[in-house]
Design a protein around this ligand. Sequence first.
Ligand code: URA
Length: 196
Amino acid sequence: MDLKQKRMNELIHQIRECRKCTLWKNAKNPVPGEGDLNTSLMMIGEAPGYHEDIKGQPFVGSAGRVLDELLMSIGIKRNEVFIGNIIKHRPDENRDPNEEEIKACGSYIERQIQIIKPRLIVTLGRHSTKYVMSNVDVEFRGISEIRGKVFEKHLFGIRLKIMPTFHPAATLYNPTYRNFLENDFQMINKLLEEFS
Ligand code: URA
């Protein structure tokens, strides 16, 4: 087993045992995230929902189907990227995670970024965007203002690009978001081509 996998396995073990907040009490399974540890692209969502909690995997419900379609539109399979969330246990009733929970869980995504060392991070929705931007000193005033913009930054000691976009679930409530997401995924494709 290579070093990255070993470090990720240790982290997953810590996530399973984590009692830093109370979300574990109502959760069925932790959702640490999954995918290629040698990828250039890491996608970060907010928190597991109902289906993710049951399966222990990120983005496997209706938002996940949209994410898979968007990835497919640029010729990428989900197992070629790493998909994770800021919050590792499902908030009850799918409520928004609070500040303390985000703070408590943040060290896990930080260490995942340090293990994977991606070249591009795409934040999905306002919670993950706000969290990531607060760690690179970019003022976050709202997802609509910042989406589709590319930031070149040092995040947790790793030099990389960050591009925020809407959460895929937004398209389920308002189909007009789909066009924005499709455009942003074209930008992801361009950025990945620049790396290769
Ligand atoms: N929404 C998220 O932000 N993450 C998931 O894993 C599923 C839905």
